[in-house]
Design a binder for this molecule. Structure first.
Ligand code: SF4
Length: 279
């Protein structure tokens, strides 16, 4: 959530080496890898290959532009070969909007990367290679309907660039960190929190991602979700780390989840998670 090319944090080899063990011990089904740019980690490929041999689904939260960078020319082939599901942020299908948010030239590089992935079989029905795009609104509003927006993205990207993708994942903006600073700065924090609370939808509760996900930070600390990780709030089996998780058998089911006001970002309207809308 506060990612930037200037950040220097990197998960140690020791922590990375515990991930396959945790997968085995806890029969985990999905390994969802995010960054920064996770592909830049020297152990990224090794981790993917090891996890793949354990039959877990692997998700790479990819910024797309990395696939066009020098030194990463073989990364798209590697992802396809290992059937890694790519989840890529593309805040809009219009070049000027993407470039104004993410920097000049980002849209062009992102489209080039999507074309490359399509050529390798991503988003083709018979290949089982999945590329999902991620959208979240830039303003202090609830996200639009995932289905309607997906249609717009699909039409525009295909007719203008021949680009195909599987699903568009629509996420709400969480009122924490950078977005919370923006809201405070523009005097909208209170009204945005009210908007989320007014639109709280009970139907989303069984589906929020903290119910079946563990979030592990670069130091190996474990949280209920990425948002709690960002806020460093954790009273779940305190203080649980990956080292402890693999050194003894914890009962993960039924543990309490730490909640606070930001959780309404997950439960408002159609709901929101790393996998898009909930209901
Ligand atoms: S923000 Fe709250 S509701 Fe959402 S995943 Fe995290 S703990 Fe669960």
């Amino acid at each position: 959530m506060d990612a930037s090319p200037l950040r220097k944090e990197i998960m140690s080899d020791e922590i990375i080496s515990l991930i396959p063990k945790a997968i085995r011990m806890y029969d985990l089904k999905v390994l969802d890898i995010t960054g920064g740019a996770p592909e830049m980690h020297p152990k990224f490929k090794e981790l993917v290959v090891k996890a793949k041999s354990q039959n877990v689904e692997i998700i790479d939260r990819c910024n797309l532009t990395i696939l066009r960078e020098k030194g990463y020319e073989d990364m798209s082939d590697f992802l396809a070969l290992n059937k890694v599901r790519v989840v890529a942020s593309l805040p809009c299908y219009l070049e000027e909007n993407v470039d104004s948010q993410r920097g000049k030239g980002v849209f062009k590089k992102s489209i080039e990367a999507l074309i490359l992935l399509n050529k390798l079989g991503y988003a083709k029905s018979d290949t089982n290679l999945i590329i999902d795009l991620v959208y979240n609104p830039t303003a202090a509003i609830l996200p639009p309907s995932q289905q309607e927006l997906e249609e717009g993205f699909r039409k525009h990207l295909y007719s203008n660039y021949g680009v195909k993708f599987n699903k568009l994942l629509v996420l709400a903006n969480m009122p924490i960190k950078r977005f919370s600073e923006y809201l405070k700065h523009t005097n909208q924090l209170e009204s945005y929190l009210d908007l989320l609370k007014e639109n709280h939808n009970e139907k989303n509760l069984p589906l929020v991602m903290c119910k079946d996900t563990l979030s592990i930070d670069w130091k190996g600390n474990i949280y209920d979700c990425d948002f709690n990780q960002q806020l460093e709030i954790n009273n779940f089996l305190k203080p649980l780390t990956l080292v402890e998780l693999v050194s003894q058998n914890f009962k993960l089911e039924g543990q309490e989840i730490t909640v606070a006001d930001h959780c309404f970002g997950c439960t408002a309207g159609s709901g929101s998670s790393c996998g898009g809308s909930l209901t």
